[in-house]
Design a protein around this ligand. Structure first.
Ligand SMILES: *Cc1c(COP(=O)(O)O)cnc(C)c1O
Length: 235
């Protein structure tokens, strides 16, 4: 089932990207594996997944070595993405495991990641999580607030801020998520027009199972899919 689902997702992503006005680029599929067993994840790797997303450090710790060993044995390389809220006391493990921490939602967390990255001799790639809808998501910078913290974020030398991430509110029709995605893209444009960062923010991580095609049409460069690949979660 995972195999067929994945083929379907890759094809939908490809078609959406071809049609999109804002995305003349590749769209990366992040397979979100929270609550998903090792064997399903391995099947996903066998069928073209090279980006794994987890939302809890504890769960990621249980899978990280096993899944990486499997990938190595298959000659595959995996990128790990942290997509859930990160507590500051878990940043050390996060920096150790994740290639991209997508859920940087406060200056304090960014500073803590910077500090741990320095200690581990790593430049940590991150995205800033933006609360594009005030009701639905608990965490993230408000679009109106983020610009005032950008200079402080830009000063953190062990972070590389690659772009922005958002979670749209759960919606009935995918089309109703469009304003949130478009808001994220506009914020990216605005930040890139300022010269706060040395290089443009290029990543827009937006779109999940119910709305990824809409997100791609609004310029997503990463979509984060769980149920579309692995089916409904138990919890
Ligand atoms: C669970 C999760 C996803 C995937 O959600 P689906 O609706 O199953 O595709 C994407 N992003 C984040 C941050 C998540 O926690």
């Amino acid at each position: 089932m995972v195999k067929e689902n994945l083929a379907f997702c890759f094809e939908k992503i490809r078609i959406s990207a071809v049609k999109a006005v804002y995305s003349l680029h590749d769209v990366t599929l992040i397979a979100v594996t929270k609550g998903v067993g090792i064997d399903f994840i391995e099947t996903a790797i066998d069928n073209g997944v090279s980006h794994i997303g987890e939302n809890k450090i504890q769960e990621a710790l249980l899978k990280f070595e096993i899944i990486n060993a499997y990938a190595r044995q298959k000659g595959a390389h995996l990128d790990w993405h942290m997509v859930g809220h990160l507590q500051t006391n878990k940043t050390r493990d996060a920096v150790r495991m994740f290639d991209l921490i997508q859920s940087v939602d406060s200056l304090r967390l960014a500073q803590e990641i910077d500090c741990q990255a320095f200690k581990l001799g790593k430049i940590q790639n991150v995205l800033l999580e933006i609360k594009t809808s005030e009701e639905a998501t608990k965490y993230g910078f408000l679009p109106s607030q983020v610009e005032s913290v950008l200079p402080s974020l830009a000063a953190l030398k062990n972070l590389r801020i690659q772009g922005l991430m958002t979670i749209a509110p759960a919606v009935i029709a995918p089309e109703t998520a469009r304003p949130y995605f478009s808001k994220l893209r506009q914020l990216q444009d605005k930040i890139n027009q300022s010269s706060i960062f040395d290089f443009p923010l290029s990543v827009l991580s937006m779109g999940m199972t119910d709305d990824f095609e809409t997100a791609i049409s609004e310029g997503a460069t990463m979509v984060r899919l769980g149920r579309a690949i692995f089916g409904e979660r138990q919890s």
